[in-house]
Design a protein around this ligand. Structure first.
Ligand SMILES: [Mg+2]
Length: 310
């Protein structure tokens, strides 16, 4: 008898297996440092300490205009600044470069090099040890031992970075899991938009959030098709969930404690206005209602739901 195809889960890694929120301030400190160092390579006279001033100014601008800023990829918004600490720092970095560019004494990266500059700053800042979510190891064990399920990690991170983190996770206690048995598709480029990829509509708008969100994420979508994915999971609604949901896949969002505890704070020096809208909550409510995305706060509950579906 032919075997029935397995239920393939394309699982996000950073922010899904790990929790980015508890380390947000530490991450920002590392980001400020990396930004200053990188900017100094363009401007040898730049005082690295000044980076904090410009980044904080960028952060203030983001908080004042909820939903307006985010990961700008070739003029297209592909994730909201408010969605996680790395996006928030990146948006602040983008604005900081604008501010620095207005000062004639500084040389800033050309328009096409901004993403490269910010990408390098991110890579450098992101070397901190990950904070795994409770039940991260059990999540992988449970899905791997279920005969009906195929688990693959589909992540933007670099292959070596994911393997290193998985190694740390497997070392947290005794387990039968082996690193080489865990499938990882890295460099997934979930942010890359290709308008010629017609499998989904070009953009959506989320009521309450200004601007368009571009959804033709070709490389991510084609990866899901090639791997015959039935479900996609993630912690970032715009980056992980919306394209697969438009493709008709099951989707699962892991909500983090940031949602109900208000906006993400990167530094005590810049506190968001009290009445600021919670962009993450708007995103979450939208995908839940529009696509039936399952939303959980714990990996254990997410695993149970996936096993039930498979
Ligand atoms: Mg993520």
């Amino acid at each position: 008898m032919p075997e029935r195809p397995k239920f393939t889960v394309a699982c996000d890694f950073d922010g899904f297996m790990t929790n980015l929120i508890p380390g947000a301030k530490e991450y920002y400190d590392a980001y400020v440092k990396a930004f200053g160092k990188r900017f100094k390579t363009l401007n040898p006279n730049f005082d690295e300490e000044e980076a904090r001033y410009y980044l904080n100014a960028g952060l203030r601008t983001v908080y004042r205009q909820p939903g307006r800023h985010g990961w700008d990829n070739d003029g297209k918004k592909v994730a909201h600044a408010e969605s996680d600490p790395t996006q928030l720092a990146k948006a602040a970095g983008q604005i900081a470069l604008d501010y620095l560019g207005m000062q004639h004494k500084y040389k800033t990266p050309s328009k096409k090099d901004v993403n490269k500059f910010l990408g390098e700053v991110f890579e450098e800042a992101y070397k901190l040890d990950p904070i795994f979510r409770e039940g991260a190891l059990e999540f992988i064990e449970k899905l791997k031992e279920n005969p009906n399920i195929r688990l693959i990690f589909v992540t933007n991170s670099k292959p070596d970075a994911v393997k290193e983190k998985l190694k740390l996770l497997l070392a947290t206690r005794k387990t039968n899991l082996k690193l080489e048995d865990i499938e990882v598709i890295a460099d997934a480029k979930k942010q890359d938009v290709d308008d010629k990829w017609k499998k989904v509509k070009a953009f959506i708008r989320i009521p309450g959030i200004p601007g368009k969100i571009f959804t033709r994420r070709k490389q991510y979508g084609e990866t899901l098709i090639r791997e015959d994915a039935d479900m996609a999971t993630g912690d970032n609604a715009v980056l992980d969930i919306i394209t697969p949901a438009l493709m008709g896949l099951y989707t699962l969002l892991l909500d983090t404690d940031a949602l109900d505890n208000g906006p993400i704070i990167l530094t005590d020096e810049v506190i968001p206005p009290k009445k600021s809208k919670n962009v993450r909550k708007i995103e979450r409510d939208y995908i839940e209602k529009k696509f039936g995305t399952m939303v959980f706060t714990e990996l254990g509950l997410a695993a149970q739901a996936i096993i039930r579906l498979a």
